[in-house]
Structure formats: C-alpha cells, structure tokens
Design a binder for this molecule. Structure first.
Ligand SMILES: NC(=O)c1ccc[n+]([C@@H]2O[C@H](COP(=O)([O-])OP(=O)(O)OC[C@H]3O[C@@H](n4cnc5c(N)ncnc54)[C@H](O)[C@@H]3O)[C@@H](O)[C@H]2O)c1
Length: 438
C-alpha cells in the first residue's frame, strides 16, 4: 500500500519503519526538517530499542521517502496515518493546534485529488474531535464529501515508548472507529496480520477507549503504590500482597466489576474500605485515590436521584431494594439510600423486591429490617404488577428475567423507566426508557 505518515515522533517514526519493513511504500511528513533529514539518511529520529537497525534497513530497502509537502504526500498515497502531537494546554485541555492546522492542509491537498483517500487519525484525540471538528474542516477546505471522496477513521495507538516496535508487532488489539466499511477494510490490509483481535466500532467510542485505557493504567499504578505505602506502615511486604492480588484472575484481573451499573454497597465493600481509610489515618498514610472511592460512589447515587428529580414525577416505584440481584441483604444498599431520599422528599413510594419480601415473611433479615429500615419495609409490596400500576416512574435496580418480563407486560407508554442495571430487553418496554448513564 502507499501510505503517508504525518508527524514523525515516537508513534509516526515507529509506524513508518514497521510499515516499510512489512513491504509498504511510506512517505513521512513532518514540520521538523531535522527529523526528515535523519530519516532520509537512514537514521532514527527517536531513541527506541531496535529503531537504529530497523531505520537503516528500511532506508536501504528504498520504500521510504520524506517531505514537508502535505500536497505531495496526499497525492502520492492512498492513505494517511496522522500522528502529530496533541499535548496538554496550560489549563489541562488538549492542545489541538497541530492537528487543526494539519486538517486544513490535508483538506486543501484533497482539492486536487481525483481518487478517494483515507485519513486515519492515530493521535490521541478527545472524543468527538474527528467527527465534529476535523471532518468538517477537511470537507470545507476540500469541497469534497466524507464517504464519497474520502473517508476518516480513528485508530488508537497502544504502543509504549521503550518497547514500541514489539508493541507495534503485538498490540493488545486493533481498534478501528469508522462510520463506513471502506476504511476498516483498508486498515485490515495493513494490520490484519497482527496476532490480536481486530475490532471495529464508532469513531467516538474508539477515541474514548484510548483515554479509558490510559486512565485505567494510571489508576492501576496508583492503586499498587497506595497499597505499598499502607503496607510499609503495617510492615507487610507489598510485593507479596500485590503478587497475590494479581493471581486472582476471577475477580481481580478480569472483567468482573468493570461493567457500568449502579453504585456498590452491601456488607463488605463499604465497611472494609472505611476500615482501610482508618488504618491509613492513624498511621499518617495519605491514600487520596482510595479516599475518593466512597465520594465517587455517593456521586453515582446522587446522579440517579437527579435523574428522578428532573423528571418531575412524584409517584415512584422501586424494583429492587437489596444491594444486588439475588440477595436479601439490605446492609448499606445504595437502593435503600435512594428510597430514603424519595421518602424524605415526600414522594409516594412503593417497592418490590422478591428476595427481601421472602426474607421478611420468613423472618430472615427481619431483625435488620425492623431495626434499621422499618420506614422502608412498610413500603414493600409483593405484587410487582401493583407497584408498576401505581407509579409514574419506575427505578429498576433488579435485572432478573422475571422482572424484565413483568416490566414488558405491565409498563404503560405514559410511564418512565429509570434503568440502573442495563436491562437486556429494554427495546420491548412501552414506557419512556432512561438509562442511568447510557
Ligand atoms: N508516545 C507514545 O508512546 C504514544 C503512544 C500512544 C499514543 N500516542 C499519541 O500519539 C500522538 C503522537 O505522539 P508522539 O509521542 O509520537 O508525539 P511527538 O511529539 O513525539 O511527535 C509529534 C510530531 O508531530 C510533528 N508535527 C507537528 N505538527 C505537524 C504537522 N502539521 N505536520 C506534520 N508533522 C507535524 C512534530 O514535529 C513531531 O515530530 C499523540 O497524540 C500521543 O498522545 C503517543
């Protein structure tokens, strides 16, 4: 394939060398003449393991050329990988100056092009940038149409400095965000041979995944380091602890607990986190990230409350009260906090929870209910159809199949359903569906 690469920093230079190694003809473009001169001389513009030899090899192979001319690079190639820097501005926002300038330049270059071209944005970009900002610039400058004369897509880059050639050859996955088939098909030709899954998604989701991955990495590093500081104060070996934490592939290093949903609660997580915070406090260990967990969890509950309040509805039905599906445990259930809020605001509230109902009938958990939430217990109704019928808005905190079926059967078109559990059959609901954050 004939590929141009804009921005020959870490990402662009490694991509240029690896694509030329794989037999593609590559045109490198940068505004920095020194980088162009180095590449033209078969030398690497970035310090990376393996790059000195690889650049010498590909330069000798004759498949690499360099230019400062955007027009020439777009004209001579069928696809452009755009890898210019997107650093932080002073206020923390993304500085897109280089990217915006380049979008204008490639748009102007497209005026003269008579065959379709694919623009692959590989720089990290805040979600929405490709579709809302860059695509309109290219269309306006070129006078041409996306999907007809050219395509745009976003392919996040996952290589790490220091091991970038190895990461290029073995990425965690290839993700292509595109609004048409054509660009994904072309990228399969370039990257489909790599030993990883190839996923296509929306452009915005692909932009967001890159941020999500980097933020998750930062979170993991900080979690390990906070744990180590507390271990140090407790005279525990942090390596031993984190090694064992990582050996649990069922709950820890897995997709468990990583699906969007409602707030955590129950008899373990809140109390153990509190005890950890207390341990840290009395030993003067600062754990700001873990201290923020409970604050963030409360924000999530407040988010649900806000969605109910903004609806203006005052007759509320709650489906589910215990802290998760399949248990009758009400201790620190975030759904109890929701119920208490609605009662406190003087709203009409009915609650259906088959597990809690059963336990109060049989007496299990009854003591807890009578001692701590008697005001809530008396709002329980064991008939889901009645709870639905008497409500203007339903808060669904239980996702089992029987609940879904009852909602599909009984919800009316004039009712609002606030879904906290990502209901699988929501398309079949007659009411006005509102997701918690989706
Ligand atoms: N460095 C990494 O490990 C890494 C990994 C994944 C993603 N990324 C993302 O990839 C992007 C590039 O990162 P990098 O570290 O390679 O950046 P870099 O700063 O090393 O290189 C950017 C290059 O773009 C050039 N440039 C600026 N304006 C240009 C223009 N108009 N035309 C052509 N070239 C131009 C600069 O001269 C520079 O050589 C960033 O968005 C970054 O967040 C970086």
């Amino acid at each position: 394939m004939q590929v141009s690469i804009f921005g020959l920093g870490y990402v662009g230079a490694v991509s240029l060398a690896c694509l030329a190694r794989d037999g593609h003809r590559v045109v490198g473009v940068d505004v920095d003449q020194a980088k162009l001169d180095l590449i033209a001389a078969g030398r690497t513009p970035v310090v990376e393991e393996g790059m000195v030899q690889l650049m010498a090899d590909v330069a000798a192979g004759g498949l690499v050329s360099v230019t400062r001319e955007t027009r020439q690079a777009v004209k001579e190639t069928e696809m452009s990988l755009i890898c210019v820097g997107t650093p932080s501005a002073a206020n923390g926002s993304q500085d897109q100056t280089a990217m915006l300038g380049l979008a204008r330049d490639v748009g102007i270059a497209m005026r003269e092009k008579t065959v379709p071209h694919v623009f692959v944005f590989r720089s990290t970009l805040v979600p929405g940038t490709v579709e809302d900002v860059l695509l309109p610039i290219i269309e306006a400058e070129s006078g041409k149409k996306d999907g007809v004369d050219f395509h745009v897509c976003f392919q996040p880059e996952f290589l790490r400095e220091g091991s970038s050639i190895r990461d290029y050859d073995k990425p965690p996955y290839t993700i292509v965000g595109a609004n048409a088939e054509a660009p994904a098909t072309k990228l399969r030709e370039l990257f489909g041979h790599l030993p990883c899954e190839f996923y296509t998604t929306s452009i915005r989701a692909a932009e967001m995944v890159k941020y999500c991955c980097n933020n998750f990495h930062a979170l993991k590093i900080t979690f390990a380091n906070e744990t180590a500081r507390l271990c140090e104060a407790l005279e525990v070996d942090p390596f031993e602890v984190m090694d064992l934490v990582c050996k649990d592939r069922q709950l820890n290093i897995s997709s468990a607990y990583l699906k969007p949903g409602f707030a955590y609660g129950g008899s373990c997580l809140p109390k153990d986190l509190r005890a950890t915070m207390y341990l840290a406090k009395i030993r003067d260990v600062d754990l700001p990230m873990q201290a923020a967990i409970a604050v963030s969890n409360r924000s999530h509950i407040d988010h649900a409350i806000a969605k109910v309040m903004v609806s203006g509805k005052r007759k509320i039905g709650m489906i589910g009260l215990s802290f998760k599906t399949g248990t009758d445990d009400l201790r620190e259930s975030p759904l109890v906090l929701l119920a208490e809020h609605f009662v406190g605001k003087g709203m009409q509230l009915r609650i259906y929870d088959p597990e809690v109902q059963l336990s109060s009938l049989l007496g299990a958990n009854r003591q807890y209910i009578e001692r701590h939430v008697p005001h809530i217990a008396k709002l329980l109704d064991n008939n889901i159809a009645t709870v639905i019928a008497e409500s203007e808005l339903l808060v669904v905190g239980l996702g089992d199949r029987r609940v879904c079926a009852a909602l599909i059967d009984h919800v009316r078109a004039d009712q609002v359903v606030l879904d906290l559990v990502n209901l699988s059959d929501r398309d079949e609901l007659r009411g006005h569906y509102v997701g918690l954050c989706w």
